[in-house]
Design a protein around this ligand. Structure first.
Ligand code: HEM
Length: 385
């Protein structure tokens, strides 16, 4: 995904100065969690010593060193980044995209045909066309769910394609569990042993796809790979969200604050975070509001970048008691000084497309395998509380 590979010395050498600069500023490797708060198992940050080593190498005209000491060439996995999936669900037909314009969110219902309940230890969304897929959310629609019943199976459709007003409205709202979210830069889900997501027998995976256009017609057939857990896990993983969809960001406001709070109704082990905003997103943090008014910050991103949709996995999962008050706080920069701002003169509200905004703090928790998600938060789709 980067503009150039650094696999061999010959490929890397011309970029010595850029490597020095981008590591000294910590622009590379990409990571946005402030060092103040939390430790994360997927933090790729270099140590100060590693950064000094790269700078010294650049200053010495980027010598090759002794070829005998070179590491063996990388063997890249083609296809899946997770283990060989036990089940692959692929869009049966391609979504054809126009050359230009906004594409409303597309939904694709993929039947799992699972005859028995399945625990999922790893999952990956593989875009058929990485240029076209802006993000994808895979929901688990259990056989009990009424969501999108009556909608076509296996073919892409938008909410507005559905025949009745009620169906159009309900398409955006679901309390189905999220299996995983894909955005460029995100990693597949690989839960530690003893943890898994639950897919009941007879479920469908519903993909919600946000496509962007790039000046020429394209097509996409995205697939989802699932690795089954061999034993029932000790803990079930649920993806919950702290969402505020009722904000209004005034025109030209450089620092508009939006917050949301929620209370955990049951004990849970907190595993990871995935903040999501659009182009005006400036900062995001997750806090615990402790009795007595103290704020315990779990993750702070002072410089949010829409272009890096990363998840932040706690190095030490955090047990939280029922009644814990969680808060997510976002700020938005709607000024002309935000180089990504599509229009500083507009007042901005919630919306699917990137010129509108979102404020979603996804977080993963592990709970007793028998506990159902609905007892935590009644939540709707990528776009609601
Ligand atoms: C120590 C590790 C890394 C080094 C030394 C490094 C170095 C660089 C350099 C020198 C550039 C060009 C910057 C410029 O335009 O001046 C760059 C850009 C980029 N790199 Fe890295 N990189 C590292 C890790 C990564 C990783 C882990 C990813 C992906 C997960 C990544 C993705 C990108 C992308 C997408 C760009 C394009 C510019 C952007 O979108 O910000 N890099 N990197």
């Amino acid at each position: 995904m980067a503009p150039m590979p650094f696999e061999t010395y010959a490929e890397t050498r011309p970029f010595a100065a850029a490597i020095r600069d981008s590591t000294e500023t910590r622009d590379m490797p990409p990571w946005f969690a402030d060092r103040c708060c939390g430790r994360f198992s997927n933090d790729p940050s270099l140590s100060a010593e590693q950064i000094r080593t790269l700078a010294a190498w650049a200053a010495a005209q980027a010598p090759a060193g002794d070829v005998k000491d070179a590491p063996a060439p990388m063997h890249w996995v083609s296809g899946w980044n997770i283990e060989k999936p036990d089940a692959v669900l692929e869009m049966p037909v391609a979504k054809h995209l126009p050359a230009t314009g906004d594409v409303p969110y597309q939904y694709i219902i993929l039947p799992t045909k699972f005859r028995e309940d399945r625990w999922i230890s790893m999952s990956e969304i593989k875009p058929g066309n990485r240029m076209a897929v802006h993000h994808a959310v895979a929901y688990v629609r259990s056989p009990k769910s009424h969501w999108l019943r009556g909608a076509p199976v296996g073919v892409p459709f938008a909410a507005d394609d559905l025949p009745t007003e009620a169906q159009k409205r309900d398409a955006m709202w679901t309390d189905s569990d999220i299996l995983l979210v894909y955005a460029p830069g995100s990693q597949p889900d690989q839960w530690p042993s003893g943890f898994a997501k639950f897919v009941p027998a007879g479920s469908d995976i519903v993909l919600q796809m946000h496509y962007t256009t790039h000046g020429h017609p394209m097509e996409d057939r995205t697939s989802v790979g699932l690795v089954f857990s061999q034993q029932p896990p000790a803990k079930r993983v649920l993806t919950l969200q702290l969402t505020n969809d009722h904000f209004l960001i005034p025109p030209r406001d450089p620092d508009h604050r939006v917050e949301v709070r929620g209370t955990l109704p049951n004990d849970a082990l907190l595993l990871s975070f995935f903040p999501h905003m659009h182009l005006r997103g400036k900062s995001f943090e997750y806090n615990i509001l402790e009795p007595g008014g103290r704020i315990h910050t779990l993750l702070r991103i002072s410089h949010y970048s829409f272009y890096w949709q990363l998840s932040y996995r706690l190095a030490n999962p955090l047990p939280l008691k029922a009644g814990t008050k969680l808060q997510a706080v976002a700020t938005f920069d709607n000024s002309k000084d935000n180089p990504h701002n599509p229009d500083p003169d507009s007042a901005v509200t919630w919306g699917d497309q990137t010129w509108a905004e979102m404020m979603v703090g996804f977080f993963d928790v592990a709970v007793d395998p028998a506990v159902d998600k609905q007892r935590y938060f009644v939540r709707s789709g990528f776009g609601a509380r």
